[in-house]
Write a protein that binds this ligand. Sequence first.
Ligand SMILES: *Cc1c(COP(=O)(O)O)cnc(C)c1O
Length: 436
Amino acid sequence: MVKNGKGGFYYGLEILPENWYNFVPDLPEPIPGPINPTESNAVGAMEKIRPKALQEMEQSREKWLTIPKDVFAKYQLIGRPTPLMRARELEDYFGITARIYFKREDFLPTGSFKLNTSIPQAYFAWKEGFQGVVSETGAGQWGISLCFAAQLYGLKSKVFMARVSYRQKPYRRTLINLYGGEVLPSPSEYTGAGRKMLQERPDHPGSIGSGISEAIETAINNPEYAYVSGSNLVHVLIHQTVIGMETRRQLEQIGEFPDYLVACVGGGSNLGGFMLPFLPEVKAGRVKLLAAESTAAPRLTKGEFKYDQSDPFGYTPLTKSYTLGKDYVPPATHAGGLRQHNGSPAVGVVRHAGLLDARAYSQDEVFEVGVLFSRLYGTVPAPETCHALRAVIDLVKEVEKVRKNAVICACFSGHGLLDLSGYEDVYLKCFKEGIY
Ligand SMILES: *Cc1c(COP(=O)(O)O)cnc(C)c1O
């Protein structure tokens, strides 16, 4: 095996973990517990509508949680482990000595890392006797992954997709239907919460938050449906730790250790799953962390660390995270996966403890690197992923000024083949303005 020097893909041997890593006992500060809202629209609803196993995982203090055999087999079915890639051409393009690695979650069949959690969530819902799952989705990646996983277990599926993405990304809807799921634009006319939002603002673009309100209401009224979440929560991040654990082992096998880890951040699940398995070294100051968010929802750079709800209608418990306020409606952008007013409490704790740096990028800044990456490698990155790429490029240029041979590793969260309308809009605009 060629050490360090090789470009291209590296899969690694025997690296698919048999346990998820529960990072909670290793966090620098405890996660402030959730508070039930006093005037909630649904006090205590969550306990009934979310599978018990997931609620238990949310509270668990066991460091290693066994991946059920069936879920492990399905991780193999979808192609885990995903490859780690050394981006030599990108290094050469910028003429740097740093080594850049990407963990390629876009290799999964639905095009993003979301399957790592949709499969175990569908599995536990099925095991507990639910007949269907209902959830929200931003740009649709979570929706696709959930509906695919649901039908693996013979479950029905229903997703509320942010209205702006519903319009922008019709093929994501096609995929949801192809996997046997049902997709509704949020806000919709089908729920009380949706009707109220539309009444207040008929042109409401929707967001992950609006979808949450509608999905929870649906689960409350249809008890055969489990309500599940695609991000934010501890159990979701725990499922996603397969990303970071594989990365760690793949880097170890080629004799590397990262100096910097970079990921884009929406609810925080790819970032958490990718970075938190390195927590002991992060606390020891051996690894630095950088989050890339969207200027459309700049909660880590501009938000406050405080208790807030995840949905505007007020169904969800109050959790402490970086938030822009539950009534903040992010402007319409193509990076639907990052359009959320708040985020993961676990990621919030890491940021609050001073262990996570963050930068916000605008749509034009990120699509520019999406085009560069596409031309170098053929792979079109998802708009969300472009945020991480942008941060890698900025970071690498800065680091190069102070030290040589740094190792920078980023999570490549998904591909953008169903985001081409975004590329078309932004790319064509930039092209006219002479940026390319
Ligand atoms: C969902 C998604 C994100 C953002 O979600 P997180 O929970 O913050 O990780 C980023 N990239 C892609 C491709 C996604 O599908």
